[in-house]
Design a protein around this ligand. Sequence first.
Ligand SMILES: [Zn+2]
Length: 339
Amino acid sequence: MEHVRDLTLLPKAHLHLHFTGSMRPSTLLELADKYGVRLPDALTAGEPPKLRATDERGWFRFQRLYDAARSCLREPDDIRRLVREAAEEDVRDGSGWLEIQVDPTSYAPLLGGMIPAVEIILDAVDAASRETGLGMRVLIAANRMKHPLDARTLARLAVRYADRGVVGFGLSNDERRGMARDFDRAFAIARDGGLLAAPHGGELTGPSSVRDCLDDLHAARIGHGVRAAEDPRLLQRLADRQITCEVCPASNVALGVYERPEDVPLRTLFEAGVPMALGADDPLLFGSRLAAQYEIARRHHGFTDAELAELARQSVRGSAAPDEVQAKLLAGIDDWLTG
Ligand SMILES: [Zn+2]
């Protein structure tokens, strides 16, 4: 029998992980207990909740669960624990570089305001990185359900912390609401400040939302982007410009974007030459972490070890990791494949 290489040992970069969504389910239960928060049954059932995001009601329910989980993060200690555990889980899954995504607005009221919230988060990332040896950076993400002026304020804040670990600016929440171009000024501020533009697109809505991210926000990376598979010309454009799509297969299936793991168009993007960085999105709600995404590529899409190694390389090249970190990870990937 051919020996099966362990995907948790394949070095990779993790570029799509949300802050609260990275929490261990056991930690959520402990924190809820600590603060006397009564969690929705879907979060205490011991298995990932049944979700549906293909309509607004389903998406709303997903957001409600997310909000309930976030309401258990109240003190700097909780933030430090969340980030440290996210780093530990990533290391266990073979990640050598993690970019975690956060909208500090949601945490600001409990942490003393926006500036303290950002500082607590960045300090926590710094500490977790030192404790675990995992390279970590932060993407600050605006919420497209809020006013574009809020996004501009966030972009300015993100730029201000560019030398403290913020490497990118994102845009999340329901793609069906508002237009990408409403946020063009915020993204211009972020880009001018040297940040990487990485908005969500092509998840809940089709190829046009990916095009908008490219045309209006000058995205260097796309959160998800899988729906680009429906448009060959768009795939070509992503491939030509080497725009990395942060593809999250388990999330896509959990939210009903695709029915089954084999329906996620990993092959289509891969064959078209679109670089991908597989990500876990919200392991708390979807029940699987980073290595499991590569496992889906192997099991449901027949990716060979050489192809899985190439996926890992794409994740590293799409990251904001410094050259020496990238070189080390790429060498590790070669070792994994030849070992
Ligand atoms: Zn996401």
